[in-house]
Design a protein around this ligand. Sequence first.
Ligand SMILES: Cc1cc2nc3c(=O)[nH]c(=O)nc-3n(C[C@H](O)[C@H](O)[C@H](O)COP(=O)(O)OP(=O)(O)OC[C@H]3O[C@@H](n4cnc5c(N)ncnc54)[C@H](O)[C@@H]3O)c2cc1C
Length: 379
Amino acid sequence: MSTHAGLHGLAASAPALAAWLEANAETLDTDATLCGDVVPQLAAAGLLRIGVPAELGGDGGTIGDAIDSVADVAEHSFAAAFVLWGQRTFIEYLLQSPNRGLRERLLPALLSGELAGATGLSNAMKYLSAIEPLQIRAANVPDTHGALGKPAWRVTGGLPWITNLRKQGFVAAAAADHDAGGPPSIFAIAHDAPGVTRSDDLDLIGLRGTNTAALQMADTPLTDDDRITDNAPAWLVRVRPAFLGLQCGMSVGLARRSLAGTNESGPGARAAVADEATALTEQLATLRTRLKAGVAQGEFVETPARLFELRIALAGVVHNAATLEVQTGGGRGYLRGLSGVARRQREAAFVPIVTPSLVQLKNQLAAQRAQQLRTGTVS
Ligand SMILES: Cc1cc2nc3c(=O)[nH]c(=O)nc-3n(C[C@H](O)[C@H](O)[C@H](O)COP(=O)(O)OP(=O)(O)OC[C@H]3O[C@@H](n4cnc5c(N)ncnc54)[C@H](O)[C@@H]3O)c2cc1C
């Protein structure tokens, strides 16, 4: 990323977007007035094309560059970074989907920001960890199957939380269990498909400009043309590093901003926490490097535990950095409109709960350790 005149991150690479986010971060967190503008703003700054191959309409680069772009946005607005995560992750689903027709149909509008991409795969991730069953069912439709030569289904069920359900138009990824048996599929469900209902925005304590709502499907007709994968568990294991890597980008950016806020405090306060701030800054840099290297090398497909450990460690850095910013900011941070300190507290509170949640990952790591002890494969 280029730096000039002392600027770095988004302020250097996309100054108009950085200024817009800086001016509107509070609004994006506390109300929905700007919720329709986020995806177009991200698109105008070129962020949706990062890490997408040039032959598919992207700017090239790597998934690591996309992770950095999420971090850059999260420094200014966590709500906008979460929207970017949803959009860019959906784009990644299409890049990693065997369904070329679906990719060709949806990718241009997703890259231009005309269409919002929403990822409703928390349910599927929890299903992969045996925490909950899939909440959507797909029933075969035998007649169309024969006529079109393509499998077709009627899909029914709901997802309680999905972000980036932009009212102007969206497509949502959701996993469905087949009544006929076999592995679950993941479908791309269009906002205007028959039987699709978006709820009003959920009444959140923050991130209110993110178009987060519930989605219901009732007998929604889908065909093989809408299917991202016909084997959700196997495909999710391959896509999870990008899904989680992009999500970890949000933690990197938020922690970085809290540490910058800490460093901007008065000299006495700064001196009191200098050692802690330095240690956190170094830890953050190390975690980011390991995250990007592991995602780039495909390491986390085979050994997801390493990625889970990084996610947990990054959440710890976010928490500690946000706490340092509160300590050094003093009473100013408790006054409305004077700083982003209180907002970053709310933003930090989201990090442990977004799927895969910290408790979920801690349980999975503990189960894996117990298994290794039983089989004598502990290293
Ligand atoms: C603002 C916001 C936006 C969101 N956007 C999206 C989105 O875009 N897409 C999406 O798919 N989801 C989204 N979610 C959902 C989110 O990712 C989490 O899945 C959700 O908040 C956790 O589900 P729950 O509250 O129903 O957890 P519960 O099922 O009530 O569980 C509570 C906690 O315990 C954990 N847990 C439950 N059972 C176990 C177990 N057996 N072992 C270990 N841990 C367990 C859960 O992971 C969770 O952390 C969003 C949530 C919020 C708050």
